[in-house]
Design a protein around this ligand. Structure first.
Ligand code: KIV
Ligand code: ZN
Length: 386
């Protein structure tokens, strides 16, 4: 089995569904371009049928992105698939991503259909999507609470009808790594045509296990992981893209998988998301929080000065934090200040930079030297920054 793992980023779909993260067209294009620079393989740009605005942004992203596959989500319904295909069809590499729930709980109470009726619906709609587009993903919503033998029938059928990727979501973040490993192994051992498609993980973080569960799936044979910047998404969010990428980067002994992620673009991507949505990054957030590479205690500072490996398992440079000689203080001008903002990954409109520069000048009256952390705190504490 190839050891290449594909990153499917759903910041602009599952991520945007989280309260406080909605973005306009221009903002979505900016994020999509940054995701392209970050090296994700697939950008899920939205859910075309869900609103005219969503369709417009999926279409615009499909036109603007050259180096990633662009996907739109669709329910297993002809009208959804038509809208999705219409939005992505001009992309360099389009994908239709359709889904249907397969757990008895969802079939009985949400979809009000039997297992056999669901199979019929999957057959018809995967076949239809494949007649439009050669790149089709089918997701078994609530896979982790689906009967394993029924799951195998669904996966086999979806692949037979043309699905090139089959996704097994932990929709409600209920599973554990052991269970995920068992599920993926079971599918790989019981579905005869399984090697004709890529298996994918899509893990939610309700119990804080989204990243561990995704990697358990990869170790068991999945080769696509669905994730979002900073782990944003429904409820407690999705698997955090930066954690998955740095886990593989830092522990190739455990996870010897190749991917296309340019890790030095991680900080810039997370900060762009934060400055675009106005939602601050938790200071303790792994990889991208402002404290992730900070050392406060004397013992730690002493250790890091002697050898950074004492308390740093990855270098700040590897995630795009620059170590510059540009010291900011009361004599610094707006040019140096703007340069520092860019180095720290912020891409802000001029009026925000002007306002922040005025705040920065006030700060220099109180503090002799201004650290990167001071600048980050300044940006993140300015409520109006959008
Ligand atoms: O969580 C989920 O099951 C989803 C699917 C639509 C892929 O987001
Ligand atoms: Zn989801």
């Amino acid at each position: 089995m190839a050891d290449r793992v594909y990153f499917f980023d759903t910041t602009l779909r599952d991520g945007e569904q989280a309260p406080g993260y909605s973005m306009n067209l221009e903002e979505k294009i900016k994020i999509a371009k940054q995701l392209e620079a970050l090296g994700v393989d697939i950008i899920e740009a939205g859910f075309a049928i869900s609103s005219p605005g969503d369709k417009e942004s999926v279409t615009a992203i499909a036109g603007a992105i050259k180096n990633c596959t662009v996907a739109s989500l669709a329910r297993a319904l002809k009208k959804d698939i038509d809208a999705a295909y219409d939005a992505v069809k001009h992309a360099v590499s389009p994908r239709i991503h359709l889904f249907l729930a397969t757990s008895d709980l969802h079939l009985q109470y949400k979809l009000k259909m039997s297992r056999e009726e669901a199979l019929e619906r999957i057959k018809e709609n995967v076949r239809y999507a494949s007649s439009l587009c050669s790149n089709v993903e089918f997701s078994l919503e609530d896979a982790t609470r689906t009967d394993l033998d029924y799951m195998c029938r669904v996966v086999e059928l979806a692949i037979k009808e043309g699905a090139t990727t089959v996704n097994l979501p932990d929709t409600v973040g209920y599973s554990t790594p052991d269970e995920i490993a068992l599920m993926v192994s079971y599918v790989r051992n019981h579905v005869p045509n399984v090697d004709k498609a890529i298996l994918s993980m899509h893990c939610h973080n309700d119990l804080g296990l989204a990243v561990s569960n995704s990697m358990a799936g990869v170790v068991a044979g999945a080769r696509q992981i669905e994730c979002t910047l900073c782990g944003i998404g429904e409820r407690a969010g999705n698997a955090a893209m930066e954690e998955l990428a740095m886990l593989m980067h830092t522990r190739p002994d455990l996870y010897p998988y190749q991917n296309n992620i340019v890790t030095t673009e991680i900080t810039r991507s997370a900060r762009l998301l934060s400055s675009t949505t106005g939602v601050k990054i938790n200071p303790s957030k792994a990889i991208v929080g402002q404290n992730a590479f900070a050392h406060e205690s004397g013992i730690h500072q002493h250790g890091v000065m002697a050898n950074s490996k004492t308390y740093e398992i990855m270098t700040p440079e590897s995630v795009g934090l620059t170590q510059t000689n540009l010291v900011l203080g009361k004599h610094s001008g707006q040019h140096a200040f703007t340069k520092k903002l860019v180095e720290l990954g912020y891409d802000l409109p001029k009026e925000d930079v002007d306002r922040l520069f005025a705040e920065f000048k006030k700060l220099t009256d109180r503090k002799k030297t201004i650290s990167d952390r001071d600048i980050i705190a300044l940006v993140e504490s300015t409520e109006d920054v959008k």
